[in-house]
Write a protein that binds this ligand. Structure first.
Ligand code: RNT
Ligand code: ZN
Length: 418
C-alpha cells in the first residue's frame, strides 16, 4: 500500500467515528511550539564561562555540543528541517551575541545584543520568545537573586528583568508577533528557613519593579514559572506554585507551568482546565520529569497526550503558549530536540483526531462504560498514517528517515567539534 493509500484508509476510519481529518491537519499546522534553544549547548549560553547553577543540571557528555552562536544556529536549522510546521524559538538572555571585544553584564544587555537572533528568526519567518537568565552568574549569591536580602544583588536582577522586557518588546516589534517572556528564578534554601515570608515579599516587590517598566502588553506576554524544588534547594522554593499563581492572578500576568515542577503524582494535564477558567492564557514548559525535574526528552507518553488533549479540548489552543524545556546531554542533542518536538506535535495530532464532542457527550450523559471503551479503542486508531502524511505534506522527513541525516551531521559536523 502506498503512503497515500494508507492515509486514505486511515482517514476513512477516523471519519467513520466523526473526526474531520483535514480540519485536524489544518489546525495542527497552525499551532506553534516554542523550541528552547538551550538543548543545543547544555544551557551554557554565550555570555560567561562558569558552570550551570541554579539547582538545574544537565547530565551526560555526548560529544558535539554547540560552542558558538554559529554552531547553535546551524544545529537549530538542522532540527527545524526535521520538524513539520512553523514554530518559535525560545532564547535565554545568556545567549546574547557580543561583537568581538565587546561584553556587557546581564543588567545592561540591549536589543542590539540579540540582533543576530532577530535576523535568524526573520529569515525563517519565526517568532522569538525570551527568558531572563537568573542563574549561572556570580551575582547569584547564596542561591538567591530577586529575593535576595542583599540589595545590590536584588537590584542587579531587577535591572536584568527590566532589560529583558525591553528586548522582548524589540523581538515582538521586529518579528510582528508577540514575545512570551518567562521569568523563573532558582531562589531557595537547602534547609528549613526561619523566615519563609521575607524572601517571597522581596520577590514580589522585585517583580513589581520589573513590571513597572513601560511595555506593550499586546506585544510582551510576561509569564511566571513556579517550581517545587531545585537541587541543593530542597526545603524551600521562593517561587512556589502558590506564590506564582497568586502573583500572576493579582498582577494580570500569565502563569507558566513546567510539568517537571510538581510532586510526582501531580499532573499538569489536570491543572489546565482550572487555570483556563480563571486566566486568559497559560504558558507551558513541556518536559519529562523522571523522579525529579530531570528534564528528559519529551516522549509520546500518556501525560504528554493528556496535556495535548486539554489544549485542544479548551476550544482555543492559542490560549496555551506551548514551549518545550529539557536538556539531555547524554545523547545526540539534535536527535533529542527533534524527538521532543515531533513527539509533542504527534500528541497534538492524537488529540485533534479524537472524537472529543462525542466523548464529552458520553461523559455528560453518564455513559461511562462507553466512554472508557471509546477512549481505549482510540489508542489503536492509525495515527501513524496521518502523521506520516502531515510530515510529507509539510516537507519534513517521514518516520525514522530523519535519523540518517542526524548520523551524517554527527559524522560531518558534530564530531569535528573538539
Ligand atoms: C528550571 C526551569 C527553567 C529552566 C530554563 C533553562 O527548573 O524549568 O525553565 O529549565 O529556563
Ligand atoms: Zn521550565
Amino acid at each position: 500500500m502506498s503512503k497515500n493509500e494508507r492515509f486514505e484508509a486511515a482517514k476513512a476510519l477516523y471519519e467513520g467515528i466523526g473526526v474531520d481529518v483535514c480540519a485536524a491537519l489544518k489546525q495542527l499546522k497552525s499551532i506553534p511550539i516554542s523550541m528552547h534553544c538551550w538543548q543545543g549547548d547544555d544551557v551554557t549560553g554565550f555570555d560567561q564561562d562558569g558552570p550551570l547553577t541554579g539547582g538545574i543540571q544537565t547530565t551526560g557528555n555526548y560529544p558535539g555540543k554547540a560552542r558558538t552562536p554559529e554552531e547553535l544556529m546551524a544545529d537549530i536549522d538542522k532540527v527545524l528541517s526535521f520538524v513539520p510546521g512553523k514554530h518559535k524559538l525560545n532564547l535565554h538572555a545568556s545567549y546574547a551575541i557580543f561583537d568581538q571585544g565587546e561584553w556587557v553584564d546581564r543588567d545592561a544587555i540591549e536589543p542590539k545584543h540579540f540582533k543576530k537572533w532577530v535576523d535568524f528568526a526573520k529569515k525563517r519567518g519565526m517568532g522569538l520568545d525570551f527568558n531572563p537568565t537568573c542563574f549561572s552568574h556570580e551575582m547569584v549569591k547564596d542561591n538567591l537573586t530577586l529575593s535576595s536580602p542583599d540589595e545590590e544583588v536584588r537590584r542587579f536582577w531587577i535591572r536584568h528583568g527590566q532589560a529583558c522586557i525591553r528586548i522582548s518588546q524589540y523581538f515582538a516589534e521586529e518579528l510582528g508577533q508577540p514575545c512570551v517572556m518567562n521569568i523563573w528564578i532558582p531562589d531557595g534554601y537547602k534547609d528549613t528557613p526561619a523566615d519563609r515570608t521575607a524572601p517571597r515579599k522581596r520577590f514580589a516587590d522585585s517583580l513589581d519593579e520589573i513590571l513597572s517598566t513601560p511595555y506593550d502588553k499586546e506585544k510582551v506576554i510576561v509569564c511566571l514559572e513556579s517550581k517545587v524544588f531545585g537541587i541543593g534547594m530542597e526545603s524551600y522554593t521562593v517561587g512556589s506554585a502558590e506564590f506564582c499563581l497568586n502573583y500572576a492572578a493579582t498582577r494580570g500576568i500569565t502563569p507558566l507551568m513546567d510539568n517537571g515542577h510538581y510532586h510526582p503524582t501531580e499532573v499538569v494535564s489536570d491543572k489546565l482546565s482550572s487555570m483556563l477558567l480563571f486566566f486568559d492564557r497559560v504558558a507551558l514548559h513541556v518536559t519529562r520529569g523522571v523522579r525529579w525535574d530531570s528534564d528528559h526528552v519529551v516522549l509520546f507518553d500518556d501525560e504528554t497526550k493528556e496535556i495535548a488533549k486539554e489544549i485542544i479540548a479548551c476550544g482555543d489552543p492559542s490560549r496555551v503558549k506551548i514551549g518545550l524545556d529539557f536538556f539531555d546531554a547524554s545523547i545526540n542533542r539534535i536527535a533529542a530536540w527533534t524527538i521532543g518536538m515531533r513527539n509533542f506535535q504527534k500528541a497534538l495530532l492524537y488529540a485533534l483526531l479524537l472524537p472529543l464532542d462525542r466523548m464529552k457527550a458520553l461523559q455528560h450523559e453518564g455513559r461511562n462504560t462507553e466512554l472508557l471503551m471509546l477512549q481505549e479503542e482510540m489508542k489503536t486508531y492509525p495515527l501513524g498514517a496521518v502523521w506520516d502524511f502531515f510530515c510529507e505534506e509539510n516537507g519534513a522527513p517521514v518516520r525514522e528517515e530523519w535519523f540518517k541525516a542526524v548520523e551524517a551531521y554527527e559524522k560531518d559536523v558534530l564530531s569535528k567539534r573538539v
